[in-house]
Design a protein around this ligand. Sequence first.
Ligand code: SAM
Ligand code: SF4
Length: 332
Amino acid sequence: MDTTRLVDSFGRAHDNLRISVTDRCNIRCFYCMPESGVQFMERGEILSFEEIERFVRVAVQLGITKLRVTGGEPLVRRDLAVLIRNLSAIPGIQDLALTTNAVLLAEMAKPLYQAGLRRINIHLDTLDRERFLKITRRDDLGRVLAGIEACLQLGYGPVKLNAVAVKGLTEPDIVPLAHFCRDRGIEPRFIEFMPLDAQKIWDRTRVLSADEIIQVLSREVSPLVDIPDRDPRAPATEYRYADGGGRVGFIASVTRPFCLNCNRLRLTSDGKLRYCLFAIEEADVKSLLRSGASDDEIARLIRSNVQAKWIGHEINSTRFVPPPRPMYAIGG
Ligand code: SAM
Ligand code: SF4
Protein backbone atom coordinates (compact mmCIF):
# COMPACT_ATOMS: atom_id res chain seq x y z
CA MET A 1 0.00 0.00 0.00
CA ASP A 2 1.16 3.53 -0.79
CA THR A 3 1.41 5.03 2.70
CA THR A 4 2.52 8.55 1.77
CA ARG A 5 0.53 11.19 3.62
CA LEU A 6 -2.87 12.39 2.45
CA VAL A 7 -1.97 15.72 0.88
CA ASP A 8 -4.52 17.33 -1.42
CA SER A 9 -3.82 19.31 -4.56
CA PHE A 10 -3.62 22.53 -2.52
CA GLY A 11 -0.93 21.11 -0.20
CA ARG A 12 -3.18 20.47 2.79
CA ALA A 13 -2.22 17.37 4.79
CA HIS A 14 -5.17 15.45 6.22
CA ASP A 15 -4.90 13.81 9.64
CA ASN A 16 -8.40 14.28 10.98
CA LEU A 17 -11.45 12.07 10.39
CA ARG A 18 -14.99 12.72 11.61
CA ILE A 19 -17.09 9.60 11.86
CA SER A 20 -20.86 9.79 11.96
CA VAL A 21 -22.33 6.71 13.64
CA THR A 22 -26.01 7.44 13.01
CA ASP A 23 -28.33 9.91 11.30
CA ARG A 24 -30.88 9.53 14.11
CA CYS A 25 -31.37 12.04 16.87
CA ASN A 26 -33.45 12.34 20.03
CA ILE A 27 -34.07 16.10 19.61
CA ARG A 28 -34.93 18.24 16.57
CA CYS A 29 -32.82 21.42 16.39
CA PHE A 30 -34.56 23.61 13.81
CA TYR A 31 -31.27 24.54 12.06
CA CYS A 32 -30.47 20.86 11.46
CA MET A 33 -33.60 18.68 11.31
CA PRO A 34 -37.24 19.06 10.37
CA GLU A 35 -39.69 18.88 13.27
CA SER A 36 -41.33 15.71 12.02
CA GLY A 37 -41.40 13.26 9.15
CA VAL A 38 -37.65 12.61 8.99
CA GLN A 39 -36.77 9.60 6.84
CA PHE A 40 -33.96 7.86 8.71
CA MET A 41 -31.72 5.29 7.11
CA GLU A 42 -32.47 1.60 7.51
CA ARG A 43 -30.27 -0.28 9.98
CA GLY A 44 -28.62 -2.26 7.19
CA GLU A 45 -27.53 0.91 5.41
CA ILE A 46 -25.50 2.05 8.41
CA LEU A 47 -21.89 0.90 8.75
CA SER A 48 -21.32 -1.69 11.46
CA PHE A 49 -18.67 -1.07 14.12
CA GLU A 50 -16.45 -3.64 12.38
CA GLU A 51 -16.75 -1.76 9.08
CA ILE A 52 -15.94 1.59 10.73
CA GLU A 53 -12.95 0.07 12.52
CA ARG A 54 -11.59 -1.48 9.34
CA PHE A 55 -11.87 1.82 7.52
CA VAL A 56 -10.07 3.62 10.35
CA ARG A 57 -7.23 1.05 10.35
CA VAL A 58 -6.65 1.78 6.66
CA ALA A 59 -6.97 5.55 7.14
CA VAL A 60 -4.41 5.47 9.96
CA GLN A 61 -1.87 4.02 7.56
CA LEU A 62 -2.37 7.12 5.39
CA GLY A 63 -1.73 9.52 8.27
CA ILE A 64 -5.08 9.90 10.04
CA THR A 65 -4.32 10.31 13.77
CA LYS A 66 -7.36 12.20 15.09
CA LEU A 67 -10.92 10.97 15.25
CA ARG A 68 -14.17 12.64 16.24
CA VAL A 69 -17.30 10.54 16.66
CA THR A 70 -20.50 12.38 15.83
CA GLY A 71 -23.91 12.00 14.20
CA GLY A 72 -26.99 12.58 14.23
CA GLU A 73 -26.79 11.99 17.92
CA PRO A 74 -24.02 9.46 18.58
CA LEU A 75 -25.34 8.45 22.01
CA VAL A 76 -28.46 6.93 20.46
CA ARG A 77 -26.26 4.35 18.69
CA ARG A 78 -26.42 1.18 20.74
CA ASP A 79 -23.18 0.06 22.45
CA LEU A 80 -21.31 3.21 21.47
CA ALA A 81 -18.82 2.60 24.29
CA VAL A 82 -17.69 -0.58 22.50
CA LEU A 83 -16.81 1.44 19.39
CA ILE A 84 -15.04 4.07 21.48
CA ARG A 85 -12.94 1.40 23.19
CA ASN A 86 -12.05 -0.27 19.89
CA LEU A 87 -11.20 2.98 18.10
CA SER A 88 -9.04 4.26 20.93
CA ALA A 89 -7.09 0.98 20.85
CA ILE A 90 -6.15 1.30 17.15
CA PRO A 91 -2.39 1.91 16.99
CA GLY A 92 -1.70 5.37 15.55
CA ILE A 93 -4.83 7.05 16.94
CA GLN A 94 -3.55 9.92 19.07
CA ASP A 95 -6.76 11.74 19.73
CA LEU A 96 -10.38 10.65 20.06
CA ALA A 97 -13.26 13.03 20.76
CA LEU A 98 -17.06 12.93 20.80
CA THR A 99 -19.66 15.55 19.84
CA THR A 100 -23.03 15.08 21.54
CA ASN A 101 -26.21 16.89 22.48
CA ALA A 102 -25.76 15.38 25.99
CA VAL A 103 -29.40 14.36 26.44
CA LEU A 104 -28.26 10.80 27.26
CA LEU A 105 -24.91 11.77 28.74
CA ALA A 106 -25.78 11.50 32.43
CA GLU A 107 -26.19 7.73 31.89
CA MET A 108 -23.47 7.32 29.28
CA ALA A 109 -20.65 9.49 30.66
CA LYS A 110 -19.25 6.74 32.89
CA PRO A 111 -19.22 3.85 30.39
CA LEU A 112 -17.68 6.15 27.78
CA TYR A 113 -15.03 7.33 30.22
CA GLN A 114 -14.26 3.72 31.11
CA ALA A 115 -13.92 3.00 27.39
CA GLY A 116 -11.17 5.60 27.15
CA LEU A 117 -12.99 8.77 26.05
CA ARG A 118 -11.70 12.01 27.56
CA ARG A 119 -12.46 14.78 25.05
CA ILE A 120 -16.05 15.80 24.62
CA ASN A 121 -17.92 18.64 22.91
CA ILE A 122 -21.38 19.27 24.23
CA HIS A 123 -23.92 21.07 22.13
CA LEU A 124 -25.99 23.59 24.10
CA ASP A 125 -27.29 26.88 22.70
CA THR A 126 -29.20 28.27 25.66
CA LEU A 127 -29.71 27.95 29.41
CA ASP A 128 -33.29 29.15 29.05
CA ARG A 129 -35.83 26.33 29.14
CA GLU A 130 -38.33 28.03 26.84
CA ARG A 131 -35.69 28.84 24.21
CA PHE A 132 -34.23 25.34 24.49
CA LEU A 133 -37.70 23.99 23.70
CA LYS A 134 -38.11 26.43 20.82
CA ILE A 135 -34.75 25.49 19.30
CA THR A 136 -34.78 21.73 19.87
CA ARG A 137 -38.55 21.08 20.01
CA ARG A 138 -37.87 18.95 23.10
CA ASP A 139 -38.02 19.83 26.81
CA ASP A 140 -34.67 18.28 27.72
CA LEU A 141 -32.56 21.13 29.11
CA GLY A 142 -32.44 19.49 32.56
CA ARG A 143 -31.02 16.27 31.10
CA VAL A 144 -28.35 18.16 29.16
CA LEU A 145 -27.27 20.05 32.29
CA ALA A 146 -27.12 16.77 34.23
CA GLY A 147 -24.97 15.31 31.46
CA ILE A 148 -22.53 18.22 31.66
CA GLU A 149 -22.23 17.90 35.44
CA ALA A 150 -21.65 14.13 35.12
CA CYS A 151 -18.78 14.77 32.70
CA LEU A 152 -17.14 17.35 34.90
CA GLN A 153 -17.40 15.11 37.96
CA LEU A 154 -15.83 12.17 36.16
CA GLY A 155 -12.85 14.30 35.13
CA TYR A 156 -13.40 14.60 31.39
CA GLY A 157 -11.19 17.24 29.84
CA PRO A 158 -11.20 19.34 27.88
CA VAL A 159 -14.97 19.73 27.91
CA LYS A 160 -16.11 22.21 25.26
CA LEU A 161 -19.55 23.62 24.65
CA ASN A 162 -20.85 24.14 21.10
CA ALA A 163 -23.45 26.89 20.83
CA VAL A 164 -25.02 27.63 17.45
CA ALA A 165 -25.60 31.38 17.17
CA VAL A 166 -28.70 32.51 15.32
CA LYS A 167 -29.50 36.19 14.80
CA GLY A 168 -32.77 37.34 16.28
CA LEU A 169 -32.88 34.34 18.61
CA THR A 170 -29.78 33.53 20.65
CA GLU A 171 -28.42 37.02 21.47
CA PRO A 172 -29.76 36.74 25.06
CA ASP A 173 -27.83 33.48 25.51
CA ILE A 174 -24.32 34.73 24.81
CA VAL A 175 -23.49 36.19 28.20
CA PRO A 176 -25.23 33.54 30.38
CA LEU A 177 -23.48 30.76 28.44
CA ALA A 178 -20.14 32.55 28.81
CA HIS A 179 -20.57 32.78 32.60
CA PHE A 180 -21.79 29.18 32.83
CA CYS A 181 -18.60 28.06 31.06
CA ARG A 182 -16.24 30.35 32.98
CA ASP A 183 -17.64 29.04 36.28
CA ARG A 184 -16.96 25.44 35.25
CA GLY A 185 -13.69 25.61 33.31
CA ILE A 186 -15.48 24.80 30.04
CA GLU A 187 -14.49 26.42 26.73
CA PRO A 188 -17.52 27.71 24.82
CA ARG A 189 -17.38 27.71 21.01
CA PHE A 190 -19.91 29.86 19.24
CA ILE A 191 -20.79 28.43 15.82
CA GLU A 192 -22.18 30.58 13.05
CA PHE A 193 -25.43 29.28 11.59
CA MET A 194 -24.53 27.49 8.33
CA PRO A 195 -26.70 26.59 5.32
CA LEU A 196 -26.97 22.93 6.33
CA ASP A 197 -30.49 22.82 7.69
CA ALA A 198 -32.99 20.32 6.32
CA GLN A 199 -35.77 22.84 5.81
CA LYS A 200 -33.70 25.39 3.86
CA ILE A 201 -34.48 28.23 6.25
CA TRP A 202 -30.90 29.56 6.35
CA ASP A 203 -30.25 32.98 5.04
CA ARG A 204 -27.41 35.39 5.64
CA THR A 205 -29.52 37.73 7.77
CA ARG A 206 -29.84 34.96 10.39
CA VAL A 207 -26.08 34.60 10.87
CA LEU A 208 -24.99 36.02 14.21
CA SER A 209 -21.35 36.65 13.44
CA ALA A 210 -18.27 35.92 15.52
CA ASP A 211 -17.41 39.63 15.45
CA GLU A 212 -20.77 40.56 16.96
CA ILE A 213 -20.38 37.97 19.74
CA ILE A 214 -16.82 39.07 20.47
CA GLN A 215 -18.06 42.63 20.95
CA VAL A 216 -20.80 41.53 23.36
CA LEU A 217 -18.47 39.33 25.42
CA SER A 218 -15.72 41.96 25.51
CA ARG A 219 -18.18 44.56 26.71
CA GLU A 220 -20.22 42.49 29.15
CA VAL A 221 -17.90 39.77 30.45
CA SER A 222 -14.23 40.69 29.95
CA PRO A 223 -12.19 41.97 26.99
CA LEU A 224 -11.24 39.17 24.59
CA VAL A 225 -7.69 38.91 23.34
CA ASP A 226 -6.73 37.01 20.15
CA ILE A 227 -4.49 33.97 20.75
CA PRO A 228 -1.82 34.29 18.06
CA ASP A 229 -0.07 30.94 18.53
CA ARG A 230 -3.16 28.74 18.23
CA ASP A 231 -3.15 25.74 15.87
CA PRO A 232 -3.97 27.28 12.45
CA ARG A 233 -5.56 24.00 11.34
CA ALA A 234 -8.17 23.98 14.12
CA PRO A 235 -11.59 25.16 12.90
CA ALA A 236 -12.16 27.42 15.91
CA THR A 237 -10.54 30.83 16.13
CA GLU A 238 -9.63 31.13 19.80
CA TYR A 239 -9.56 34.11 22.12
CA ARG A 240 -8.77 34.42 25.82
CA TYR A 241 -10.35 36.67 28.40
CA ALA A 242 -8.00 39.47 29.44
CA ASP A 243 -8.89 38.80 33.09
CA GLY A 244 -7.65 35.18 32.91
CA GLY A 245 -11.16 33.70 32.86
CA GLY A 246 -10.39 31.09 30.18
CA ARG A 247 -10.81 30.79 26.43
CA VAL A 248 -13.63 31.25 23.95
CA GLY A 249 -13.70 29.73 20.45
CA PHE A 250 -15.56 30.81 17.34
CA ILE A 251 -16.40 28.61 14.38
CA ALA A 252 -16.99 31.40 11.93
CA SER A 253 -17.54 29.33 8.80
CA VAL A 254 -19.60 32.06 7.14
CA THR A 255 -17.82 35.31 8.04
CA ARG A 256 -14.26 33.95 8.41
CA PRO A 257 -13.98 30.77 6.32
CA PHE A 258 -11.04 28.62 7.41
CA CYS A 259 -10.90 26.29 4.39
CA LEU A 260 -7.28 27.09 3.55
CA ASN A 261 -6.10 25.16 6.61
CA CYS A 262 -8.60 22.31 6.41
CA ASN A 263 -7.23 18.91 7.48
CA ARG A 264 -10.54 17.04 7.79
CA LEU A 265 -12.38 14.20 6.09
CA ARG A 266 -15.84 12.93 7.00
CA LEU A 267 -17.31 9.43 6.95
CA THR A 268 -21.11 9.43 6.96
CA SER A 269 -23.05 6.80 8.88
CA ASP A 270 -24.01 5.13 5.59
CA GLY A 271 -20.40 4.86 4.55
CA LYS A 272 -19.78 7.78 2.21
CA LEU A 273 -16.51 9.67 2.40
CA ARG A 274 -16.72 13.46 2.09
CA TYR A 275 -13.83 15.93 1.84
CA CYS A 276 -15.97 18.87 3.03
CA LEU A 277 -19.13 19.55 5.05
CA PHE A 278 -20.44 21.28 1.94
CA ALA A 279 -19.21 18.73 -0.61
CA ILE A 280 -21.61 17.66 -3.34
CA GLU A 281 -19.68 14.55 -4.39
CA GLU A 282 -19.01 11.57 -2.11
CA ALA A 283 -16.91 8.42 -2.35
CA ASP A 284 -18.72 5.15 -1.73
CA VAL A 285 -16.73 3.41 1.00
CA LYS A 286 -19.56 1.09 2.00
CA SER A 287 -19.77 -0.63 -1.37
CA LEU A 288 -16.04 -1.34 -1.23
CA LEU A 289 -16.21 -2.60 2.36
CA ARG A 290 -19.12 -4.89 1.50
CA SER A 291 -17.71 -6.28 -1.73
CA GLY A 292 -14.57 -7.83 -0.29
CA ALA A 293 -12.24 -5.01 -1.38
CA SER A 294 -8.63 -5.09 -0.23
CA ASP A 295 -7.08 -2.50 2.10
CA ASP A 296 -5.21 -1.19 -0.95
CA GLU A 297 -8.45 -0.49 -2.79
CA ILE A 298 -9.90 1.32 0.23
CA ALA A 299 -6.71 3.37 0.55
CA ARG A 300 -6.91 4.33 -3.13
CA LEU A 301 -10.50 5.50 -2.67
CA ILE A 302 -9.49 7.69 0.30
CA ARG A 303 -6.59 9.12 -1.68
CA SER A 304 -8.73 9.93 -4.71
CA ASN A 305 -11.34 11.65 -2.51
CA VAL A 306 -8.59 13.82 -1.00
CA GLN A 307 -7.20 14.56 -4.46
CA ALA A 308 -10.65 15.72 -5.61
CA LYS A 309 -10.96 18.16 -2.69
CA TRP A 310 -11.86 21.70 -3.64
CA ILE A 311 -10.13 24.78 -2.32
CA GLY A 312 -13.09 25.69 -0.15
CA HIS A 313 -16.82 26.12 0.22
CA GLU A 314 -18.59 28.93 -1.62
CA ILE A 315 -21.14 30.07 0.96
CA ASN A 316 -20.17 33.65 0.20
CA SER A 317 -20.49 33.30 -3.57
CA THR A 318 -23.53 33.35 -5.81
CA ARG A 319 -22.30 29.96 -7.09
CA PHE A 320 -23.04 28.31 -3.71
CA VAL A 321 -25.11 25.14 -3.89
CA PRO A 322 -26.14 23.63 -0.53
CA PRO A 323 -25.15 19.97 -0.15
CA PRO A 324 -27.91 17.45 -0.78
CA ARG A 325 -27.63 16.12 2.79
CA PRO A 326 -28.52 18.22 5.85
CA MET A 327 -26.18 18.40 8.84
CA TYR A 328 -27.63 15.42 10.74
CA ALA A 329 -27.05 13.13 7.76
CA ILE A 330 -23.48 14.33 7.18
CA GLY A 331 -22.10 14.45 10.70
CA GLY A 332 -21.11 17.80 12.13
N1 SAM B 1 -26.02 15.66 17.78
C1 SAM B 1 -24.71 16.08 18.12
C2 SAM B 1 -24.68 17.53 18.51
O1 SAM B 1 -25.69 18.21 18.31
O2 SAM B 1 -23.63 17.97 18.98
C3 SAM B 1 -23.69 15.79 17.06
C4 SAM B 1 -24.09 16.08 15.63
S1 SAM B 1 -24.51 17.76 15.29
C5 SAM B 1 -24.91 17.69 13.59
C6 SAM B 1 -22.91 18.50 15.36
C7 SAM B 1 -22.89 19.99 15.53
O3 SAM B 1 -23.45 20.59 14.39
C8 SAM B 1 -23.71 20.49 16.69
O4 SAM B 1 -22.86 20.68 17.78
C9 SAM B 1 -24.31 21.78 16.20
O5 SAM B 1 -23.72 22.78 16.93
C10 SAM B 1 -23.87 21.87 14.76
N2 SAM B 1 -24.90 22.28 13.81
C11 SAM B 1 -25.98 21.60 13.40
N3 SAM B 1 -26.64 22.27 12.44
C12 SAM B 1 -25.96 23.42 12.23
C13 SAM B 1 -26.12 24.53 11.34
N4 SAM B 1 -27.12 24.60 10.46
N5 SAM B 1 -25.20 25.52 11.40
C14 SAM B 1 -24.17 25.46 12.27
N6 SAM B 1 -23.95 24.43 13.11
C15 SAM B 1 -24.83 23.43 13.09
FE1 SF4 C 1 -29.66 16.40 16.68
FE2 SF4 C 1 -27.22 17.49 16.79
FE3 SF4 C 1 -28.84 17.97 14.69
FE4 SF4 C 1 -29.46 19.00 17.04
S1 SF4 C 1 -27.63 19.47 15.83
S2 SF4 C 1 -30.89 17.92 15.65
S3 SF4 C 1 -28.74 17.46 18.42
S4 SF4 C 1 -27.97 16.02 15.24
